[in-house]
Design a protein. Structure first.
Length: 299
């Protein structure tokens, strides 16, 4: 596939805690893919869910990125001030009949694998607060795209359910916010973990409905524990190293997790040397198209 003339990538962490090794692999893959073609790499803090974002976590994440040599371009973007842009997008979807208010609680439809669409024709209970959902049955179906690692993808988003766009507590949901911000920031390439591949159908529906550009996608294998569990803050994945030796070692291990053919002596080199080699030699073709990578014992 031809490289875009102006590549603009991004890393968009939720500041729910410090970055861990899985986060590093995702950030590093995104960074290398951008820098290898002389592209821009932005950082966006996805803090639309304040209860999940302890004070200072965003600053800690930025310090971690800097410690690992992952320097971004331009100013960092925070999502918490983007209400008007998200509301404008939601209004446009509602005007097209593609978004609707929903009063149902998760408990009410827990017997179903996805939300059954009870409020599509009107509120089930007008006395309850409402969320806003996407009409996945009326938006573009099926959805197709090419993933740069996993190849041709086709989904019928209706089988995934009507995803929430705005929550009952008036907080914005990830699916709408990420689509609006990627378009506003001119993101051409999205490089992220495999766990988000099945979010892409909803995001493509939103991009098409809102007449937004389609970025290229590269979903990276997910780092998991030996038990097959995704590394996450919820399962207490340890924070990245903060000492020079540990940082150097974890960066090398992250490059190995990305299947880059590293000379072993690079593990002893400083971060700047490792990154210079990695940018120069970055190859998506080396990535094995498997969904998971087991966490190295040495990390």
């Amino acid at each position: 596939m031809t490289q875009p003339t102006c590549y603009r990538g991004r890393f968009a962490p939720t500041p729910s805690g410090p970055l861990h090794f899985g986060s590093l692999v995702a950030a590093l893959g995104s960074y290398l893919d951008a820098r290898a073609v002389g592209g821009e790499w932005l950082v966006r803090i996805e803090d639309i869910d304040p209860p999940r974002c302890p004070p200072g976590a965003d600053s800690m994440i930025l310090r971690q990125l800097e410690a690992f040599g992952l320097q971004w371009d331009g100013a960092v973007r925070w999502q918490h001030g983007r209400h008007d842009a998200y509301q404008q997008a939601l209004d446009a979807l509602a005007h097209q009949g593609l978004a609707y208010p929903c009063s149902c609680s998760r408990k009410q439809w827990q017997a179903f694998s996805v939300y059954p669409g009870w409020c599509r024709q009107g509120l089930s209970d007008a006395t309850q607060p409402v969320a806003w959902r996407l009409r996945s049955d009326l938006a573009q179906r099926p959805v197709e795209w090419h993933d740069r690692l996993f190849g041709f993808q086709q989904f019928d988003p209706e089988t995934l359910g009507d995803v929430i766009l705005k929550r009952k507590d008036s907080l914005w949901a990830y699916q709408l916010a990420v689509v609006v911000d990627d378009a506003e920031q001119g993101i051409t390439d999205i490089v992220r973990g495999f766990d988000l591949l099945d979010n892409t159908p909803w995001q493509r529906q939103l991009q098409i409905a809102l007449a937004l550009p389609e970025p290229r996608y590269l979903h990276l294998p997910l780092v998991v524990t030996p038990e097959g569990q995704k590394l996450s803050k919820q399962n207490l994945a340890p924070a990245l190293a903060d000492d020079e030796r540990g940082i150097r070692h974890q960066l090398f291990q992250a490059l190995l997790a990305l299947d880059q053919a590293l000379p072993s002596e690079l593990s002893r080199e400083p971060v700047t040397t490792q990154l210079h080699w990695a940018v120069t030699h970055w190859s998506v073709a080396r990535l094995s198209p498997s969904a998971h990578r087991e966490l190295p014992q040495e990390v």
